[in-house]
Design a binder for this molecule. Structure first.
Ligand SMILES: [Zn+2]
Length: 391
């Protein structure tokens, strides 16, 4: 297993090791933890983190709280591939964490996970909250920067500091991403997608995002960041409002399926109903709804072909905010066919007939996201949580 490497990335030689940098602030709080390269072919975040740590050192910038930078899948980074055996951003479940404790020999990505997990655990134990987690990514298609969060109110509040599109609820469609795992302990966790993998501007966008994120977390004062307004401006240059989006559809690529996206789609591009989007084993795939195309896949690895998203109305956002603040979600479990999971106070077990009758949107409104289907039942997990001890 490789622990440190020098790579050529964006025409620079960079030194990648697990802890890319760490700075202690004058106060104990807050703590910002940023991760770059959890997907090994998404290097922009690594360059950006190293640049930000370098600037902090060179300009002798004083931080209030603590700031850590962690490298993701170092073995995959060394080969510029998304992952070696399994996607490091799809194995953050309690079952997989338990395996880290039980197994003597770990697979390569589990080794990586093991190191990252214990670093995070250590930081959570030794520092004081609030904790802010930032996960830096890039995409295979051309895109403007955007944010992905689980729909908790603290995540929503934090991400409204960045005037870029924000996508809610991707965790219903993905298994085991790091940020969802972190969220379950009540911490703020934001995924930032900076642009296309190989474009220089993706590094600039990550740098801008990191400074803005440090200021928004109150880890650093605005006046300490020389180019603050430039960074703010550069991220919002894309003329897209701070709109929130929901995911309406995901196309999953099956094993051994030959999937080919139609060339040239930009992220967020409008699509019509019945539009030809891709080929699967030479068969045409048309969209069954209209909306905006999201994360169309233009690389070999990965099994999310594309998503279709639509804008969430301001009214819905407001209503769901009020409903959650007033704890209206407690009414949900009084309904027939809905019961509280005795082992987990954040989980509702719902029978499919009730789920159909109520529509999943109602659960979304109250801050619940469908986690899994077990037997005949749906399990909905609440996203707003109190801080709890990390496992
Ligand atoms: Zn990624």
């Amino acid at each position: 297993m490789i622990n440190q490497i020098v790579i050529e990335s964006f025409n620079e030689k960079i030194f990648v090791q697990r802890i890319l940098g760490s700075v202690e602030g004058v106060k104990q709080t807050p703590t910002v933890i940023a991760i770059g390269g959890i997907h090994g072919n998404e290097r922009a975040g690594l360059n950006a983190l190293l640049k930000v740590f370098q600037t902090i050192e060179e300009e002798n910038i004083c931080l209030n709280g603590n700031f850590y930078g962690i490298a993701g899948n170092i073995n995959a980074i060394s080969e510029n591939i998304r992952f070696k055996n399994v996607d490091l951003n799809r194995i953050w479940t309690k079952e997989e964490i338990l395996k880290l404790y039980l197994k003597d020999e770990l697979e390569i990505e589990s080794e990586e996970q093991n190191e990252i997990y214990f670093i995070i655990k250590d930081i959570l134990n030794k520092e004081k909250g609030p904790f802010y987690f930032l996960d830096l990514h890039t995409t295979s298609s051309d895109t403007q920067p955007f944010i992905i969060i689980s729909d908790s109110l603290n995540n929503r509040r934090y991400s409204s500091n960045f005037s870029i599109p924000t996508i809610l609820g991707i965790e219903e469609y993905l298994n085991g991403p790091l940020l969802t795992f972190i969220n379950e302990f009540g911490h703020i966790a934001v995924g930032f997608e900076a642009g296309q993998h190989d474009k220089e501007v993706s590094v600039d966008n990550c740098v801008a995002f990191l400074w803005l994120a440090l200021v928004a977390a109150k880890c650093i004062h605005k006046k300490e960041v020389k180019k603050y307004s430039y960074f703010k401006h550069s991220l919002s240059l894309f003329k897209e409002d701070q709109d929130f989006y929901k995911i309406d559809y995901k196309y999953t690529i099956k094993p051994f399926e030959n999937f080919k996206m139609i060339e040239g789609y930009r992220n967020f591009e409008e699509i019509t109903k019945n539009e030809l989007l891709a080929y699967s084993n030479q068969r045409e795939i048309h969209s069954n709804i209209k909306g905006k195309i999201f994360m169309p896949l233009y690389q070999e690895k990965g099994n999310d072909g594309f998503f279709i998203i639509s804008k969430i109305s301001k009214f819905w956002l407001k209503v769901s905010l009020v409903a959650r603040k007033l704890h209206f979600h407690q009414l949900l479990r009084l309904l027939p066919g809905v019961k509280l999971d005795r082992r987990n106070a954040y989980t509702l077990i719902v029978n499919p007939r009730t789920a159909k009758f109520l529509a999943i949107e109602i659960f979304h409104l109250f801050g619940y996201r469908k986690k899994m289907v077990k037997g005949d039942n749906f399990y909905f997990i609440k996203r707003d949580r109190k801080i709890s001890e990390f496992i």
